[in-house]
Design a protein around this ligand. Structure first.
Ligand code: HEC
Ligand code: HEC
Ligand code: HEC
Ligand code: HEC
Length: 118
């Protein structure tokens, strides 16, 4: 899988304004390329579950494809987790694990992801 697809999305500002009404926190800036450069497979974060199996088709992972946006699926009331929880579980879950396993990790404190603009 080539990383060329995401080369332009080095940093993604995550802002699903319309899903929350009024946002409480500053928009997180997600260093996408830094994560893929660490050798994480795309399917660790991107998924299309069927009977508990991730059957993601990598050709779907194209910039601007609305179907791969987290909010496309986790926005719905019939989903087990709300949108904020789905991000928090994925992001902080792994940051916690990798801190234990690799001693190298990303933020778990609110203000280090929701960084106030100066
Ligand atoms: C550590 C988690 C993680 C990994 C690993 C990851 N992604 Fe992502 N990716 C995200 C998140 C989060 C978003 C933003 C989605 C959102 O907020 O709706 C995103 C967005 C994207 C987008 C959409 C960008 C846009 O602006 O439309 C593409 C394309 C993409 N990823 C491709 C890939 C590919 C290809 C790989 C593997 C080489 C990959 N991703 C690996 C988390 C990840
Ligand atoms: C095509 C639809 C779809 C997209 C897009 C999608 N998800 Fe999911 N996700 C699911 C389904 C279905 C499940 C499994 C059922 C459930 O727990 O809601 C799931 C499960 C999860 C889980 C595990 C929940 C648990 O019980 O532990 C997390 C965390 C998660 N998604 C986060 C994300 C994030 C973050 C993104 C964006 C990078 C994303 N998802 C994109 C459909 C999707
Ligand atoms: C599968 C594991 C994993 C997931 C999922 C993940 N991260 Fe990370 N993240 C890491 C690791 C490991 C590092 C440290 C990378 C390094 O040191 O190069 C990191 C670093 C970061 C950093 C710090 C970069 C810096 O400049 O110090 C930010 C910000 C970050 N992650 C945000 C996020 C957000 C937001 C999400 C969810 C959308 C997320 N991460 C999901 C593993 C993960
Ligand atoms: C690893 C990064 C990360 C950390 C740490 C983190 N968040 Fe988030 N948070 C996110 C992402 C990504 C979103 C999704 C933003 C969106 O959808 O617009 C989010 C969404 C939210 C939202 C819903 C959107 C809004 O602004 O109203 C709230 C509230 C929130 N977080 C509060 C917190 C609090 C409180 C903490 C500390 C306990 C925290 N977050 C820690 C990444 C993080």
């Amino acid at each position: 899988m080539s990383c060329l697809l995401v080369a332009q999305d080095d940093f993604i500002i995550i802002n699903n304004k319309s899903s929350y009404g009024q946002k409480e926190r500053p928009d997180p800036v997600f260093p996408h390329r830094r994560h893929t450069d660490s050798g994480l497979s795309c399917s660790y974060c991107h998924h299309r579950y069927l009977d508990g199996k991730n059957l993601l088709d990598y050709s779907e992972l194209k910039a601007g494809n609305p179907e791969i946006r987290c909010a496309n699926c986790h926005n719905r009331t019939d989903s087990r987790h709300g949108l904020m929880d789905s991000y928090h579980l994925l992001c902080m879950g792994c940051h916690k694990d990798s801190e234990i396993k690799y001693k190298r990790s990303g933020p778990r404190l609110c203000g280090n992801c929701h960084v106030k603009k100066r």
